[in-house]
Write a protein that binds this ligand. Sequence first.
Ligand code: ZN
Length: 275
Amino acid sequence: MRLGRFRTGEAEGWGFVSGDAIQPVTGGPDLMEVLGDRAALAGLAEGAGDGIPLGEVDLLAPIPDPPQFVGIGLNYRAHAAESGAPIPAAPISFPFFNSSIIGPDDPILLPPFTDEVDWEVELGVVIGREARDVAVGEALDYVAGYVIVNDVSARDIQKSEVQWSRAKSFDAFKPMGPWITTVDELGAADDLDVELWVNGQLKQSGTTSDLIFDIPTLVSHMSQSLTLGVGAVISTGTPSGVGFARTPPEFLASGDVVTLEIEGIGRMTNPVEAS
Ligand code: ZN
């Protein structure tokens, strides 16, 4: 099941993505109220309206205001190596600010005070049930599904500050989409291809089987320290192939187009513009 938010003209809503169309849920609960309720979702899917072609809607970030939006750093061995960092002994977590979230096709904005804006394709885990002190073996019961996140990062700022949150949370630095693919389709998402292209050139190609800390471990780990709310998103880190680690380094420029794809979820594209 694929759960998406969309806008048509003035109206916004959510619905079930099927093939190249989205079937809107009209007059029902908001997506956040039923995110982890598989029976409710199944009932709403049966009563959903006729599909609107995806070409006739603007898709929006499926979780525009998560109760927590957590980044995980250096969670693929090859990315830790290209970053010159040791393999972490425990997950490295940090918050993103929600004001940075944009949807598919929205422009990534380059502020004038950074010249080193970089890309990071990541699998985002969406929490469906309030999760506190959850065991690894039960963690998937608390997952609603998965989204694609681009952890856009201003490297010059990131390197100049101890905390990474600001450098990764500028306005329009967190494309999220194109929809949530539910956990019943992807399970622990432990063997999915994760790829990113800039202007059609493949830059990142990894697999979630290379995660240092897998999804159940990350959900359990975070839930030991804080209560993850319904709609919380944990972005699980990026594979190798980011711009700053390339020779010579590469960064995003106005006019670029970034495309992300994760097997079993789909594809998301965002243009890049000067702000
Ligand atoms: Zn990242």
